[in-house]
Structure formats: C-alpha cells, structure tokens
Design a protein around this ligand. Structure first.
Ligand SMILES: [Zn+2]
Length: 376
C-alpha cells in the first residue's frame, strides 16, 4: 500500500495506493472543508491544479448536510464529484477548537454545534461511523488536540486517553469496513500522535500508537501557536519511532518552508488551510516569495502573478487585472487567487518529488526553504 522508492537523508520519495488511486509522495492535500474548496473552487478545478488528495472535514459534514445524507447520495466521492483519493479528519480538531461548550469524558465529547447550538456527542465509534458513511479513502482516528500551552499533567492524561480511543477506533473501523453496505470497504485508518510540546510524552505516545496496526501515522497538535523550532524539534524526536513502511502525515502544516523542512525530517503527507486562506486575503505565493496583490504597485502590472507558474490563472490573467478584482470586491478575485495558491503548493510538492528523484533535494532545500517564506 505504501512504498518508499527513494530516500535522501531522512527525506522519503514514496508511492501510496488507496481505493481511489495512486498518490505520489510527498504530497500536499487540498482542503475542501464542507466538500467544497473555500473560494468557489470545485472538484473539477482540483483536477486542473494538480491536486492528488482532497481533504474534507468530518465535523462540518456531520453537521451539514449530515453524513447520512452523504451516504444516501452515494458517498463523498459521488456527492462532490471527485474520483480521486479523499482523506477525512476525525472531527476531533473542530470539536475542540470550534465549539465553545464541550465536556470530555472517557466515552467521548459532548459539544454544542457552532451552527445552531444543539448538543452533539462524538466519540471514537461515532467518528468512525461518520467517516464510514462519508466513504473516504483514509479515515483519521478520533483524538484530542490539546490546547497550547498545556500542563504536563493534562497532556499526559489526554494522550493516554487518545491511545485508548485509538484502540476503540481500530475495532469499530474494522467492523464498519466489513459491513455489506460500507460505502468504501477499503477505507484505511491513520493513528495520530499527540503529547503537546513534551518530547518524552510525544515519544512514548508514538511508540504505543505504533503498536496498534494502522495504515499510516500522523503527528497532530502542532502548528497551534508553538515556535517553529519547537515544531521541528518534536518532529525530530517522534520520527525515529514512526514505522518506516507506513506513510507519515504532519497535520495542519504549513508554510512552504515548513513543508520543505518537514520533508527533510521524513514526513510524507501534509495539509493546511493557509494557501487558500491567504489567497482570499490577496497573499499570493511565487517562487521568489509571497506578494500582496492588493498593493498599489501592481495597478498597471501586465505580468502574471508568477512568471514561473503554469497555472490556469498565470497563463491567462495579469497582476493588474487580479488587483482590480480584489479592489472591486469581485468573487472572481478569490477564486483565481485560491486556484493559483493551491496550484503553487501542488507544484511545490512536484518539485520536491523531482528533487528527491534526482538526488538534488539538499540543494533544493538550500535554495528555497528560506526564500519561499519571504514577503516581497
Ligand atoms: Zn499561477
């Protein structure tokens, strides 16, 4: 299911097989929260901008339209018209970050919907059932993403519980895949490492998590406000304890530089709302650094966002036109900006893979790691 075909230092070039196709890694997953990419981008567009894996949010789809509705509509692939791989998160992160009122118990979490305030219960079994109804290729285990900063005591109790939750997820997931009416009987399950910013907890939790046979393993609970160096230190501590023959996923990360640095530390999968969110605010990525397209200096600029970019936006539209769309508040501004930024991230990953194929990743990292995060 996953094969590492080349390595350079700790960086891995791999191929991952799932029910809806083959994924070349390292890969950046494009976030379509509610089965749509914010900024009026559809699954048809994802094909054109080089997306390999789409990521949807369990919490959001459970609340609206309801995972039962999605199942009746034939599953998430058919519902949103995307035939490639889909990963669904567990809902845990949103339960803990979006809902104001929540109560954690051993069984799971009771929380208030951020839409209408109604009380909802979600635990490992519920999360697995919802993701089974959605029919994604990869389901994520239900975990608690501990707030930063956290006390050692809290983080320890929490990641022990997350471990017990993973065992329950695994049991329920196996049961659901065996159901005759399973939307995707080949759905995979990834476990998640937690432990806040405490290296010893992180390592212990990873070692215990790896004992439960999952199809991949993620590092969660990072990029939640801790300094970048702390994040890199945690990856350095955890990575040696992650199974070599399974994909590794760093959740919610990050800037182009964060991605290059995490690839160098042995990570294969990424996702982040940053490129799409930044696009909607006019912050666009180029191979020289990022620009703010709303800036006055682009008013009469006839060049594309990035002369080195082959995306549908850069092939057809000028900076001056895009700036005008932003200033005029046209919806098209966001759509074009999101298309470019996601294409940029997907193409960044393609460049990383090519560098790994050619054995030039160190030079690529040297040239681009700092450069891509600078503002022009
Ligand atoms: Zn472009």
């Amino acid at each position: 299911m996953f094969e590492v075909i080349k390595t350079q230092g700790r960086a891995r070039r791999g191929v991952f097989q799932c029910a809806h196709g083959t994924v070349q890694t390292p890969v950046f997953m494009n976030v379509g929260t509610q089965a749509a990419i914010k900024g009026a981008v559809s699954a048809l567009d994802l094909k054109e901008i080089g997306c390999q894996v789409e990521l949807s949010n369990t919490y959001h789809l459970h609340l609206r339209p309801g995972d039962g509705v999605v199942k009746e509509m034939g599953g998430l692939h058919k519902f949103m018209h995307w035939d490639g791989p889909i990963l669904t998160d567990s809902g845990g992160f949103q339960v803990f970050s979006l809902s104001g009122l929540r109560k954690i118990k051993e069984e799971g979490v009771t929380f208030a919907s951020h839409i209408d305030g109604r009380k909802i219960f979600m635990g490992p079994e519920e999360s697995m059932r919802i993701q089974s109804n959605l029919g994604s290729d990869i389901a994520m285990a239900f975990d608690e993403c501990v707030e930063n900063p956290a006390t050692y005591e809290y983080a320890k109790n929490s990641c022990e519980r997350t471990l017990r939750w993973l065992a329950r997820c695994k049991e329920e997931h196996d049961k659901l895949n065996a159901q005759p009416d399973a939307v995707n009987p080949h759905q995979m399950l990834f476990g998640i490492n937690q432990g806040a910013t405490f290296p010893d907890l992180r390592v212990w939790h990873m070692q215990e998590t790896a004992k439960i046979d999952c199809d991949g393993y993620a590092i969660g609970g990072l990029a939640v406000g801790e300094p970048t160096e702390v994040m890199y230190d945690i990856i350095d501590a955890v990575e040696p304890h992650m199974p070599q023959n399974k994909p590794r996923y760093l959740m919610g990360v990050g800037t182009p530089s964060n991605i290059i640095e995490a690839v160098a530390r042995g990570v294969d999968f990424f996702d982040c709302v940053m490129p799409a969110r930044n696009a909607r605010h006019g912050k666009l990525y180029t191979w020289e650094g990022s620009i703010n397209i709303k800036n006055e200096k682009y008013k009469l600029d006839e060049s594309p966002i990035d002369p080195q970019c082959d995306c549908p936006v850069c092939r057809n539209f000028s900076r001056g036109y895009l700036r005008h769309l932003f200033v005029a508040g046209e919806m098209l501004a966001m759509r074009l900006a999101v298309l470019h930024n996601l294409y940029f991230y997907n193409s960044l990953m393609a460049h990383i893979r090519a560098a790994l194929d050619e054995g030039t990743f160190d030079a690529f990292r040297e040239t681009y790691s700092a450069k891509l995060d600078q503002r022009l």
